[in-house]
Design a protein around this ligand. Structure first.
Ligand code: AKG
Length: 278
């Protein structure tokens, strides 16, 4: 459970580090499953298993052979990842940050930056890339499967940026991987867009709000940088079909209805836990 001080810090900054939530053995198991799914050897398949940089995501043109393996919904291919998404500590803490009693998986994603050729994940906000769900109050739990440090491409965050609204269309990344806002006059007066590194140890969790500006630069080190992020929806999240998203094909509720269905499983319900404890 998070303390009130930690929750306050998250509300202020839009991200926070949690504790170590996985043992070395659990990390090893997740790494093995990742290898199997990445190589296409699992019976069930994830929604995506691709190099994120093979197409022009975020409108950037990629010329170098850089790689960020992105696997979306590895939980659909691996029971171990579904169990991970329901990790009790993580879910309790995300529920605290979202102020909710119920959590569903919106989707998960692996981002694997291989040694030396690991590419960047450009500066972005998550929720503007998820135009089919509202409101923008999701929280993601990002767990490192290797120590994520500056050298191997850890994430960077802009403190307080989750309070500034949707600026995705103005965001880009400078050559030295700083966040660039193309119309800074639209930002609240006096704010700083300076980014800070968000280093996370192997097995540790970091939480970020779905409007926080974040990105991660190249991995030019000799070390791998593997991580699993689960993007959690609070119970009140509704379907708002105003854009496109790969998960939309899995949504079977009507516009304006709360998100539900087998592709968005409930992984946490506070009241049920209380009942079973009585
Ligand atoms: O793993 C990364 O470097 C980026 C992940 C990310 O953008 C996210 O979890 O929202």
């Amino acid at each position: 459970m998070l303390t009130n001080e930690q929750i306050q810090e998250f509300d202020e900054k839009g991200y926070i580090k949690g504790g170590i939530v996985l043992s070395d053995a659990e990390v090893e198991k997740l790494r093995e499953e990742l290898e199997m799914v990445m190589e296409g050897k699992s019976v069930k398949k994830p929604v995506h298993n691709r190099n994120l940089l093979d197409n022009s995501h975020y409108g950037m043109k990629i010329t170098k052979k850089e790689t960020v393996i992105q696997i979306v919904n590895i939980w659909m291919a691996s029971e171990v990842y579904l169990e991970h998404a329901a990790n009790r500590t993580i879910c309790e803490e995300v529920a605290q940050l979202c102020r909710t009693d119920t959590l569903r998986i919106w989707h998960d994603q692996i981002q694997y930056k291989p040694p030396v050729t690991g590419g960047p994940t450009y500066w972005h906000q998550d929720h503007p890339l998820w135009p089919v769900i509202q409101p923008a109050d999701l929280v993601s739990a990002w767990v490192a499967l290797d120590d994520a440090v500056i050298e191997n491409g850890c994430m960077w965050m802009v403190p307080g940026s989750h309070k500034w609204g949707n600026h995705q269309k103005y965001l880009s990344s400078s050559e030295d991987f700083k966040p660039v806002h193309r119309s800074p006059e639209l930002l609240p007066a006096g704010v700083s867009t300076e980014a800070v590194p968000f280093e996370i140890k192997k097995g540790q969790v970091g939480y970020h709000h779905c409007l926080t500006w974040h990105g991660s630069p190249n991995n030019r080190s000799e070390r791998k940088r593997r991580a699993i992020a689960v993007h959690y929806m609070p119970g009140q999240t509704i379907y708002a079909p105003t854009g496109n998203h790969v998960m939309e094909a899995h949504i079977h509720v009507k516009a304006g209805e709360p998100m539900s269905g087998d592709s968005f499983p409930v992984v946490y319900r506070k009241q049920e836990e209380n009942r079973s404890a009585i």
